[in-house]
Design a protein around this ligand. Structure first.
Ligand SMILES: C[S@@+](CC[C@H](N)C(=O)[O-])C[C@H]1O[C@@H](n2cnc3c(N)ncnc32)[C@H](O)[C@@H]1O
Length: 377
């Protein structure tokens, strides 16, 4: 089977998590500008889409080359094997970005790429006109320092991998499922330890924790754009789904507590957990974080507290962040992980973190404060 090159797109700051996930699946990787590249076969397209927890989407890299003029961009784009993937009836769009390059006009570059692909398909399929009513092919054009990357989105442009299919309802400012999975994988949590989110909102962190705990692949309950591509055979999808389903450990005993002050949020979290098939692994409660009592030692707190409109100026938020320090920061067996945009978080919590990781929750610049508890023997 011929080799292909894929790239798992990672949000800024979590490239290392995506890389580790891919290595655990057996791939050799290379990270460059937020894309984690790996060589593989076509049958791996379903495997990575279904199994990766922290990547946003999987791109099929068709070519990388230097281009300084429109003619070069056209010619080198034309030379790529588009017909191997895009069908006669395929619908395709070109998205573009240009960074520090001679070819800086993105709309012009996009239309040149589109034209080159159309010309190539016309020549290969011997037609003059395309109906564009079949499967979707979203071509991503990136020009960085005159190096062009052309890739097709295998996941689907509208439904990134964060859409697992379980979060039908949500609360204000939810965290992305892919980010929640990354936060958990960056923590000391292992399935024999207690995981707690006392501000769980729609339940994303506890649900992702339960999915990791029972080893359920996050993409098992959804579809992907490349399922409609003839080049990725149906049997590859069936096999990948069967393999992933076999790996689920439904009898796992997990200790996960999810609570929130808002009864509506807890109801939504419970419904989402049910949809994800993990309701029975999570203990849901309506509770003010001020009233939390640590039920055991060596627990793991992972939480995404509320934030005010003006960072640092909302009194309620300030009180909550202080409370986290007083309750969780006072037991040196607990490891505590908090994602927040509040710049003075460490002052409110009362201690410097062991590690601070700069991340983006959507467009909001946040930090992931990590406090390490004593090692469990
Ligand atoms: C940023 S949201 C969490 C979103 C969540 N990670 C998700 O993905 O849906 C913050 C949550 O904190 C809750 N909250 C606010 N004050 C609280 C308090 N005093 N005790 C517990 N929860 C509180 C809010 O109801 C809200 O659901």
């Amino acid at each position: 089977m011929s080799r292909i090159k894929l790239a798992a797109v990672a949000a800024a700051g979590i490239e290392a998590v995506v890389k580790r996930e891919l290595q655990d699946l057996g791939y050799e990787t290379q990270v460059d500008n937020g894309w984690v590249y790996f060589d593989c076969e076509i049958k791996d397209i379903p495997i990575v889409n279904i199994n990766l927890r922290s990547s946003d989407r999987i791109m099929l890299v068709l070519g990388q080359f230097n281009a300084y003029t429109f003619e070069e961009l056209f010619g080198k784009t034309y030379n790529l094997p588009w017909e191997k993937w895009i069908t006669k009836k395929g619908k395709f769009t070109v998205k573009g970005r240009s960074i520090k390059s001679k070819l800086y006009s993105v709309p012009d570059c996009q239309s040149i790429v589109k034209k080159a692909v159309v010309e190539k398909l016309k020549d290969k399929y011997h037609v003059d006109w395309f109906e564009e009513e079949g499967a979707e092919f979203t071509i991503q054009l990136i020009i960085r320092k005159d190096e062009v990357t052309l890739a097709i989105d295998t996941t689907g442009s509208r439904e990134g991998l964060f859409k697992r299919g379980y979060r039908e309802k949500s609360v204000e400012s939810p965290i992305k499922e892919t980010m929640a999975a990354a936060l958990i994988q960056l923590s000391f949590w292992r399935d024999d330890r207690l995981l707690m989110d006392p501000m769980c909102g729609s339940g994303t962190i506890p649900i992702e924790g339960a999915l990791i705990g029972i080893n359920k692949a996050p993409g098992l309950d959804r579809n992907f754009e490349s399922e409609k591509w003839p080049a990725v055979l149906e049997e590859y999808w069936d096999e990948a789904r069967e393999e992933a389903a076999k790996k689920i450990e439904p009898d796992k005993k997990l200790k996960i507590i999810a609570s929130d002050i808002d009864p509506k949020a807890v109801k939504i979290a419970r419904e989402n957990a049910k949809k994800a098939g993990v309701e029975k692994y999570i203990d849901f409660k309506v509770m003010d974080v001020k009233d939390v009592q640590l039920p055991e030692e060596y627990g793991i707190l992972i939480t995404n507290p509320p934030y005010g409109e003006r960072i640092g100026e909302d009194e309620e938020v300030v009180e909550i962040l202080k409370t986290i320090g007083e309750i969780f920061g006072n037991d040196d067996t607990w490891s505590n992980y908090i994602i927040t945009p509040e710049r003075n978080f460490e002052d409110l919590y009362g201690k410097k973190s062991n590690r601070k990781r700069k991340l983006y929750n959507g467009n909001i610049r946040v930090d992931y404060y990590q406090y390490y508890g004593k090692k469990k023997r």
